[in-house]
Design a protein. Structure first.
Length: 313
């Protein structure tokens, strides 16, 4: 990583979004092709430290965004925001495009996501399809179902279940859990499970994952995420979003999956590609859950070749 790039990703820009402070970085801001990189759960914009410069050198304006509740962005709780889920994060991306990118660039935006960031990117592809050039998801979380059931009206049981989930997470001692996570080396253990290539787990990676957890507001924000993601409407779940995207096929979709992914097994990626034939699936044999950080040269090359060959550009 050269010094100029290190300054770009470590020098935070702040944007006021609906009263919340959002942190973002950019390199190659004056380049022609806008890309937003969306991190996974527990990570932040710096997780793309081995990717942004590659794309910036290829005429891409590379934006890396801390989703609300993560990184150096604000960490609101249920009192401040109610709940946090991919609908909220999609709205954040929508406004980031209109308020931060559009004053400089009118081209369609490419979204590249890791795990949770992939789900956010998929949500944006459905709700903002006229603004999104393509999605590169690596990998895509969420339960995937083939059946095309309609969204059911809230039953009495569902109302009871939703109330139970909300009460459970309100009283669940997340603060104590996070304390144990930071004190007992659980973060390193989690990274060892996520990464097939253990040599890539360096002090920089551990630091970027650990620091946000140590903030006083992290527990309240995690509580809002647990409630928000558990109580999502069906229309914000992966299966429904993929079916909606399949109906239009307006946003080309590339899946990059690690064969050694312990968090989201490879069969899920194959299942998606089997249900939705228009989705392109690339499997990397010696990578885990975070391919972009385990195999950045391979991930960057595959992603850029996909972008370069798009008819959109």
């Amino acid at each position: 990583m050269n010094n100029n790039f290190a300054e770009n990703i470590n020098f935070p820009n702040y944007w006021n979004w609906n009263g919340f402070k959002i942190c973002w970085s950019v390199t190659g801001e004056d380049n022609e092709i806008p890309i937003i990189f969306l991190h996974g759960f527990g990570a932040n914009r710096k997780h793309w430290r081995n990717n942004l410069e590659y794309f910036a050198k290829r005429n891409c304006a590379s934006y890396s965004l801390d989703l609300l509740g993560f990184g150096d962005s604000d960490q609101p709780g249920i009192r401040q925001i109610g709940r946090l889920n991919n609908e909220i994060w999609c709205n954040q991306v929508r406004d980031f495009i209109s308020q931060v990118i559009r004053p400089k660039n009118s081209k369609k935006v490419i979204l590249i996501g890791n795990s949770l960031g992939s789900l956010v990117a998929l949500t944006c592809a459905v709700l903002l399809e006229d603004q999104i050039a393509t999605v590169i998801a690596s990998p895509l979380p969420d339960q995937i179902q083939e059946n095309k059931k309609s969204i059911a009206k809230k039953s009495l049981f569902k109302k009871f279940k939703d109330t139970f989930i909300k009460i459970f997470f309100i009283f669940f001692p997340i603060e104590i859990i996070l304390l144990f996570i930071t004190k007992l080396g659980v973060i390193r253990l989690g990274l060892n499970s996520a990464y097939f290539k253990k040599d890539n787990i360096d002090h920089e990676l551990i630091d970027l994952v650990t620091k946000p957890v140590l903030r006083k507001t992290s527990a309240r924000s995690l509580r809002a995420m647990c409630i928000g993601m558990s109580l999502r409407d069906e229309k914000f779940q992966g299966s429904y979003l993929l079916r909606k995207l399949s109906a239009s096929k307006k946003v080309p979709f590339l899946l990059i999956w690690g064969e050694k992914d312990n968090f989201i097994p490879m069969f899920v990626g194959k299942k998606i590609a089997n249900f939705h034939r228009w989705v392109k699936l690339k499997i990397l044999s010696n990578s885990g859950h975070c391919i972009h950080d385990e195999d950045p040269p391979v991930f960057n090359r595959i992603s850029y070749e996909w972008i370069r060959d798009l008819k959109t550009f």
